[in-house]
Ligand binder design. Structure first.
Ligand code: B12
Ligand code: SF4
Length: 563
């Protein structure tokens, strides 16, 4: 019997669970391992990593490796009062064990589109191992047209999930949002070394909202939460945000924040109120944010620095694109200024826009690379279900019907017919863009060291103590390690590009002049160690080494459930 028949034979589940908040809930991300090719849609080129997947993937042992938790289900867990388990990055065995060990009334599976085959398998497992459970599927996978025919679920939830789950369990969906304590990254690794995980050393993730009102045609997050003109705010005001950040500062002992909001700076009133509160309370916080160029231009450099913005993810897309967010911006000049003020820039460029041809694409990539951002993401122009671009391509009959969803992630080949570039060439241009950025600009670790030093030199004697302290703190924490890494990079990068290697050497000397005694001495000891671990890592990567996130299980309200 196929799953369509299964779905038809089952009686429809009610819109509200009969047990209400007494229902036991399991929320799971899709199962791993991820960085391998398998029948469930895992792909070796699509690991569960942000930087190595789509930013630093050509940088070999210098690639930044780290994992991020599944924040959507953590947010839902924190905002329902039912007994709830979150299972993150399980193996199939972990998932099966949890389903049989506890009796769950509701099992929620969170997924993005590439992992739809895993959702199908997980639904099959739930029906078999926990037949009493209601199955809810949420996250971006819900945007696939006809997904209810692909997976055997009782409810498929499109858009924001906290309100939906609250409604389903009979709770007040408009109650204030409680923010979970989230450490932004884990198991960070670079140059063959895993960084120690000290409390407070890694930024806290803050989620002020989901969606983005700019509505760029390809943007899946904007489309999923309402499209152009819409988004869902969890924290409306700067005051609310300030309170959440104070809470996280206390719970996680952090003073830096990864702000998971597609366009944080667009909401100027909220950001400026947050700044007022930070100033009043003398908060010398650091913030990593996503923002479009038009939003960044609403602020002076000084305001950004005062806010503590130290890392900024900005869509550069293409110099000839017509996106409203880029109109009137000289993105190279903006990048240069940001970096001079100690703000690390992560650029994002699209390969395969409609106007791209084999004749102009190289120049466009060279233009992107000439921004010399600290990090650069390259992504294929990709019509993703749910977006205006997908609808347009469908209407024009240009979608390729034989592409597996597991390969629709923008890091492999086109999933549509491009007017001038073939599928195979799309991959070649994409791979070349990553390589060119690395070859010309060097490892991102070198570039972020350079931006930190620029900020330090500019702000070390600044009258506002909050700003001064922030740069001093970063310099104090990192200068010894960065100098040592530069020592090793200078040597290792010689074989890639002697010119960049010499630049790395110059920066190392500058660090030496600006650092304290310990940091000046450290490279003599730590440098050779890092060179050795870097070379060992190169060898292991060449032998096919991959990394997987750990499986994590967290329960909430569980004691009250009597388990
Ligand atoms: C962190 C992140 C990751 C992490 C992984 C986190 C994880 N544990 O899965 C990393 C960095 C590893 C990653 C990898 C990838 N990612 Co990613 N990622 C994100 C990012 C930046 C944040 C996600 C997040 O937490 N958002 C905030 C939370 C609150 O929102 P949310 O997850 O959408 O959850 C809400 C709803 O969707 C819903 N919901 C979610 N789950 C559930 C479950 C239930 C039961 C219910 C009822 C509701 C529900 O309720 C939540 C609260 O409102 C998003 C961009 C974004 N702004 O969302 C991209 C994003 C999710 N990633 C995306 C992609 C494409 C990828 C990659 C394929 C990378 C690539 N090549 O582009 C890989 C895939 C890796 C793999 N093998 O699976 C796309 C998904 C596109 C799509 N339509 O499917 C996004 C939207 C980015 C984008 N704009 O393209 N990613
Ligand atoms: S500005 Fe960025 S986040 Fe907003 S719609 Fe455009 S691509 Fe998406």
């Amino acid at each position: 019997m196929d799953i369509h028949a299964l779905a038809r034979n089952r009686s429809p589940k009610p819109e509200k669970h009969p047990k209400g908040t007494a229902a036991r809930v399991l929320l799971s991300s899709v199962f791993g391992p991820y960085a391998q090719d398998d029948e469930f849609g895992s792909r070796s080129i699509n690991p569960m990593e942000l930087y190595h997947n789509q930013v630093t993937r050509a940088q070999g042992s210098f690639s930044l490796r780290m994992f991020h938790r599944s924040w959507g289900i953590m947010l839902i867990q924190k905002n329902i009062s039912a007994p709830c388990t979150v299972l993150d990055f399980p193996t199939r065995e972990d998932f099966a064990r949890e389903l049989t060990k506890n009796e769950y009334d509701v099992v929620g599976v969170s997924s993005i589109i590439v992992n739809v085959a895993k959702v199908r398998e997980m639904c099959r497992m739930i029906r078999k191992l926990s037949p009493q459970s209601t199955i809810i599927v949420g996250g971006h996978v819900a945007a696939i047209p006809g997904v209810d025919k692909l997976v055997d679920a009782d409810h498929i939830v499109k858009g924001e999930g906290v309100a939906w789950m609250r409604r389903y369990l009979g709770e007040d969906e408009n109650a204030p949002i409680r923010h979970p304590a989230i450490v932004s990254g884990m198991r960070t690794r670079i140059m063959g070394i895993r960084l120690p995980e000290r409390k407070g050393a890694t930024a806290a993730t803050i989620i002020p909202s989901v969606g983005c009102p700019m509505g760029c045609n390809f943007c899946t997050t904007s489309a999923f939460f309402g499209g152009k003109g819409n988004f869902v705010n969890f924290f409306e005001t700067g005051d609310e945000l300030f309170d959440v950040m104070c809470q996280m500062e206390k719970d996680l002992a952090v003073n830096s924040f990864f702000v998971m909001d597609e366009n944080f700076l667009l909401h100027r009133e909220r950001a400026m109120r947050l700044l007022d509160r930070m100033k009043e309370a003398h908060k010398s916080w650091t913030m990593s944010v996503f923002a479009s160029a038009n939003a960044i231009r609403k602020y002076t450099m000084q305001e950004l620095v005062d806010l503590g913005v130290s890392w900024l993810w900005m869509g550069l897309e293409s110099p000839r694109s017509s996106y409203a967010k880029l109109q009137g911006t000289d993105s190279r000049e903006l990048t240069r200024q940001l970096r001079e003020h100690g703000i690390r820039v992560q650029g994002s460029t699209i390969i395969g826009l409609e106007h791209h041809t084999p004749d102009n694409i190289v120049a466009e990539i060279e233009h992107a690379v000439s921004h010399d951002t600290d990090f650069h993401q390259f992504m294929l122009y990709t019509p993703v279900p749910g977006t205006p671009l997908y609808q347009q391509m469908q209407e024009e009959g240009r979608l390729l019907s034989d592409v597996d969803y597991a390969d629709v992630h923008g890091q492999f080949k086109f999933n549509f017919k491009h007017a001038a570039i073939s599928r195979d060439d799309s991959k070649r241009f994409l791979d070349w863009a990553f390589w060119r950025d690395f070859e010309l600009n060097g490892p991102s670790l070198y570039r972020i060291s350079r931006t930190l030093l620029a900020g330090w030199k500019r702000y070390k004697d600044w009258p506002d103590a909050r700003v001064r302290e922030r740069f001093a703190r970063e310099m104090h924490r990192h200068s010894g390690v960065y100098s040592s890494a530069l020592w090793a990079m200078e040597r290792q990068f010689k074989k890639v590009d002697a010119r960049v290697s010499a630049q790395i050497g110059e920066l190392r000397q500058e660090f030496k002049r600006e650092s304290g005694l310990v940091s000046r001495m450290l490279p003599a000891v730590l440098g050779p160690v890092l060179l050795w671990t870097t070379r060992r890592e190169e060898k292991q990567l060449a032998n096919g080494r991959t990394y997987e996130p750990p499986s994590i299980l967290e329960r909430r309200n569980w004691v009250e459930a009597g388990a």
